[in-house]
Ligand binder design. Sequence first.
Ligand SMILES: Nc1ncnc2c1ncn2[C@@H]1O[C@H](COP(=O)(O)OP(=O)(O)OP(=O)(O)O)[C@@H](O)[C@H]1O
Length: 318
Amino acid sequence: MIEAHGLTKRYGSKTAVDGIDFTVHPGRVTGFLGPNGAGKSTTMRMIVGLDHPTSGTVTVQGRPYAQLRSPLTEVGALLEAKAVHPGRTARQHLRALGATHGIGDKRVDTVIELAGLGAVASKRVKGFSLGMGQRLGIAAALLGDPHTLILDEPVNGLDPEGVAWVRGLAKHLASEGRTVFLSSHLMSEVAVTADDLLVIGRGRIVAQGRVDDVVARATTTTVRVRSPHATELAAALSGPLATVDAIEPGLLEVHGPSAAEIGEIAAASRFVLHELTPVAGSLEQAYMSLTADAVEYRSGGDDVFLPTAPTTQPEAQR
Ligand SMILES: Nc1ncnc2c1ncn2[C@@H]1O[C@H](COP(=O)(O)OP(=O)(O)OP(=O)(O)O)[C@@H](O)[C@H]1O
């Protein structure tokens, strides 16, 4: 379990993490989401003692990282800025790490195989692709068979097989009762991997809880309604509490009332329904809505990619 109380980190005048409280539970995968610069890496670095809080505390199994007796066997971390000697091979790197904790070659070989690095274990790390480097970082995090895993963007640079591997691995580790805390910008991946969410924006927690609950609170459920009486039904439904979009002839998307309420209204007017489907909001929609006010580095609009309109008429039209 990871617990933070009033956790704060300031760099000069910049408050990277602003007095946050959260709990990351064992036996679950917790996704850590937030826009660029929101404070995710800083928070993770504080959990593993690479940064010191300006104020507040963060503990793993009730203790600050610095007080853990055998850190590598208690907390495994994959953080972006990892120190890997480029001249070492993957196996040498893992053996050197293991040696600090009395972890033997057998375990090193196990994590090499687990991470799919068998074919390149004797190659120097400086020749590694981004994805191979990620796999090595994950192998290092697993080396001590820790009860808590902190993974900062673990799927960054991985091929589809690697992404699926991380997904399965995270779920498997959680099913063994371990605490798995991972950050990602890939909403589709988090949606299928995480049980819980912690969403941060500008250094503050903007949402936390079970994925389904966070999504349900941050989005509205839309109901797809197919009916030969769509036009009349749309008129009957429209009001201050409902918005109705006509998608195509005979198909409506209704925002506001529940499927049951729509069914009742349709029945009262004897409108036949061919479909009545609640469509839950997506994690991406929830994320966009939760962090809308917290995005510091926003992309330009679509128009920046579009060619500018010609200022002169083409020859043929003159
Ligand atoms: N060592 C540092 N010195 C000064 N400012 C820092 C330092 N580390 C982080 N920051 C600032 O703290 C804020 C939070 O950064 P952090 O890297 O934690 O964000 P993040 O959520 O991990 O972002 P990303 O998704 O882009 O990785 C940013 O404004 C960043 O510029």
